[in-house]
Design a protein around this ligand. Structure first.
Ligand code: SAM
Length: 293
């Protein structure tokens, strides 16, 4: 071992430890062992985590807060303790730290400094909701909480409108109504799943279409914690049910587009439907139209 390795091995390790999102039985055996063995625990809200630690009879030597608001000072404290050879854990109130929760900055700092850290797998509302939604899991993107302001929210949704993967959002009961309204306005009538109170007694998946959201989610259902999942663009109906995008014998690309427009689609929708029906690119449809116009 050279001097550098000797120095590095003298440092403590930081463990990123996910905690239950409702059901205490979801804590892993490894998480419990790590929380018992480490010297310090940095928690988003010490009062909240104290209840979890008491439940499992865990009493760290040092226990302090690590939140977005104090991440600079708390991060410096974490690094100083690691430098002294103390190992520790960072936890958030529930689920995986750094996923819409504090923790990201301390990890980025450790990566930059080359300090050792270990991320434990475990509970997170994101993956639990995605799998339970029944929507496509091959590709998905996560967007955390949408902006509180309508303008910011709509801008984000507009940017996501053409994405083909399943879209996942965290949401609060205070803003779910406005978010679903905006999603309907921007995305049209896609499939939506609202995953509520996961792992808790009242766990419930609400499934339907964005046009039905007010019936699916009456005011009394807009409580508790929730994840909203929307199907990606390709899976959504791209043209009204009445329009038959199927191919007619001898029909040119331009005639095909015109027929769908006569059936009520706008030009963009018709071009998209023709491209799909003929398994050609939208650019090819566009070029055919240019040639035949
Ligand atoms: N880092 C956490 C995780 O990995 O699950 C998420 C923290 S974020 C501050 C809290 C949000 O996660 C909630 O507003 C809700 O959208 C979602 N969430 C957390 N627990 C949940 C649960 N039991 N059921 C449904 N959604 C949950």
């Amino acid at each position: 071992m050279n001097r550098k390795d000797l120095h590095q091995s003298a440092r403590g390790t930081l463990y990123v430890v996910p905690t239950p999102i409702g059901n205490l039985e979801d804590i892993t055996l490894r998480a419990l062992r790590v929380l018992k063995e480490v010297h310090f625990i940095a928690a988003e809200d010490t009062r909240h985590t104290k209840k979890l630690l008491n439940h499992f009879d865990i009493h760290p030597t040092e226990f302090f807060s690590y939140r977005e608001q104090n991440s600079r000072e708390a991060g410096a404290k974490v690094r100083a303790l690691l430098e002294q050879g103390r190992s520790g854990a960072v936890v958030s109130d529930a689920g995986m730290p750094a996923i819409s929760d504090p923790g990201r900055q301390v990890i980025a700092d450790l990566v930059e400094l080359g300090f050792p850290f270990v991320v434990l797998p475990g509970p997170s509302a994101l993956l639990t909701a995605l799998v339970g939604s029944g929507l496509a899991t091959e590709a998905f993107s996560f967007h955390g909480f949408l902006d509180r302001q309508t303008k910011g929210r709509r801008t984000t949704l507009e940017l996501l409108k053409m994405r083909r993967e399943t879209l996942v959002f965290f949401e609060s009961p205070h803003r779910i109504e406005k978010s679903l309204e905006d999603m309907h306005a921007v995305f049209g009538d896609r499939q939506v799943v609202v995953a509520r109170e996961l792992t808790k007694v009242h766990e419930h998946y609400v499934r339907g279409r964005l046009s039905e959201w007010s019936a699916l989610l009456p005011p009394e259902a807009m409580r508790g914690e929730m994840v909203v999942l929307i199907e990606g663009m390709t899976a959504a109906p791209e043209y009204p049910e009445t329009a038959d995008a199927g191919l007619l014998e001898g029909e040119s690309v331009a005639q095909h587009v015109r027929r769908l427009m006569d059936e009520g689609l706008d030009k963009k929708e018709a071009m998209r439907a023709v491209a799909k029906a003929r398994s050609i690119t939208r650019r090819a449809v566009y070029q055919s139209l240019l040639l035949q116009e």
